[in-house]
Design a protein around this ligand. Structure first.
Ligand SMILES: Nc1ncnc2c1ncn2[C@@H]1O[C@H](COP(=O)(O)OP(=O)(O)OP(=O)(O)O)[C@@H](O)[C@H]1O
Ligand SMILES: [Mg+2]
Length: 312
C-alpha cells in the first residue's frame, strides 16, 4: 500500500491572531499573527510530511487566496496538486485570547463547486492513490451532497483503493455505508452518529466494535484530553492522553489521523497506531495557532502513553 492521496475539498487560509482581550465595540490589536494553509486535508498532509510519509495532496483552490495557499503548499508539501475553480478560497480565523484564556474560531464559506471540478478531482484521486489509500476528510462545499464521501469511497474501493474517512454528520453516516478501511470520529461525532450519549469507555468501545464488525477494518475514536480508543480485528484498546498544557487545539485530530495512517500503512499494529496518534495529537495541542506537532515533542510523549486492552 504505497500511494497515499489526501483530498482537500474545502481548504482555507487560516489566519490566527493572538490578542490580550476582546472588548465589545472596540478595536483590538493582535500582537502575533500567523497565516497558514488550513482545512483538514491540508493538515493531514502536513502531519504525514512530519512523519516522513510520502503523500500526494489533491486540493481545490480559487482566486487570490488560493494562489497564496498554492505558493505556501508548493514549498511545504511533497506532491501537491491543485484544481482551480471560480470564486475565492475561504478564510478561517482563529483568535487566541490571553485574558481569560480562550479560543474563538470563525470559519468562512467556500466557493460553490462546479461539478466538472469534482470529476477532475475524482480522476486525480484515482491516479495518486492507485493501489493505495485515499484520505477523505473535512467538510464539503455547501452545494455538494452529503453523499460525496460515500460515493467516492464506493468508487475508490471498486478500483482497489482503501479509504480513511474523518468527517461529521451525514458526511460520516453516509460514508460508513461504504465500509471505509479506517474511520476516526471524535466522541461528539460518534454520539451524533449513534444518536445517543456515550458515557463510559465501555459504551464507546462497544459502539466502536459494532462498527468494526459491520465491516470497517479500523475504528479509532478520539476522546480529546481523555485519549482514544481503537477497535480492529486485533481487539479493542484504550489509551489515556498525557496531561499537557493546551495552547491551541487546532489540528489535534488531523495530527492523530496522519499518525495512525503512518503506522497502519507500514503494517504496524492498531495499538501502536493508537499510541502514536495520541502522542502526535497531544503534541499538537501544545503548539500555537495552527502549528502541528514536532516529532521531537511527540517522541517525548510516547513514553507516557500506556495501552489498556478492553475486554468486551
Ligand atoms: N486537551 C488535550 N490534552 C491532551 N491531549 C489532547 C487534548 N485535546 C486533544 N488531545 C489529543 O489529540 C487527540 C485528538 O483530539 P480530539 O479528540 O480533540 O480530535 P478532534 O476532535 O477530531 O480534533 P479536530 O478538532 O482537530 O478535528 C486526542 O486523542 C489526544 O491525544
Ligand atoms: Mg476531527
Amino acid at each position: 500500500m504505497d500511494n497515499i492521496a489526501v483530498l482537500s475539498l474545502n481548504p482555507a487560509l487560516d489566519v490566527s491572531y493572538k490578542i490580550q482581550k476582546l472588548v465589545d465595540d472596540e478595536k483590538v490589536h493582535s500582537f502575533e499573527t500567523r497565516f497558514d494553509p488550513g482545512g483538514n486535508g491540508i493538515n493531514v498532509a502536513r502531519a504525514l510530511k512530519r512523519l516522513k510519509i510520502k503523500a500526494s495532496t489533491c486540493c481545490v483552490l480559487a482566486g487570490e487566496i488560493g494562489k497564496l495557499i498554492s505558493n505556501i503548499l508548493t514549498e511545504e508539501l511533497d506532491d501537491p496538486h491543485f484544481i482551480w475553480e471560480k470564486g475565492e478560497t475561504r478564510i478561517n480565523c482563529v483568535i487566541q485570547q490571553i485574558e481569560p484564556i480562550s479560543q474563538y474560531e470563525i470559519n468562512g464559506m467556500g466557493p460553490v463547486m462546479d461539478f466538472s471540478v469534482l470529476d477532475r478531482l475524482e480522476e486525480d484521486l484515482y491516479i495518486y492513490s492507485k493501489d493505495g489509500l485515499a484520505v477523505l476528510t473535512g467538510s464539503s462545499p455547501l452545494n455538494i451532497t452529503y453523499n460525496i464521501y460515500y460515493i467516492l469511497c464506493t468508487r475508490l474501493k471498486n478500483a482497489g483503493i482503501k479509504c480513511l474517512v474523518d468527517a461529521d454528520g451525514a458526511l460520516l453516516s453516509n460514508a460508513i455505508k461504504a465500509k471505509p478501511f479506517i474511520i476516526k470520529p471524535n466522541i461528539h461525532e460518534l454520539e451524533r452518529l449513534v444518536k445517543r450519549k456515550l458515557t463510559s469507555n465501555f459504551e464507546i468501545a462497544s459502539v466502536a466494535l459494532d462498527l468494526h464488525n459491520f465491516g470497517i477494518e479500523y475504528v479509532f475514536v478520539s476522546l480529546g484530553y481523555k485519549g482514544a480508543i481503537v477497535a480492529s480485528n486485533e481487539g479493542v484498546f484504550y489509551a489515556a492522553a498525557p496531561a499537557v498544557s493546551v495552547v491551541s487545539r487546532v489540528g489535534a485530530g488531523d495530527s492523530m489521523v496522519g499518525a495512525i495512517l503512518s503506522v497502519i500503512i507500514k503494517g504496524g499494529s492498531s495499538a501502536e497506531a493508537l499510541k502514536l496518534g495520541i502522542a502526535c495529537g497531544s503534541a499538537t495541542v501544545q503548539m500555537p495557532g495552527t502549528e502541528l506537532f514536532t516529532m521531537e515533542l511527540a517522541d517525548k510523549l510516547l513514553g507516557n502513553i500506556n495501552i489498556e486492552k478492553i475486554d468486551i
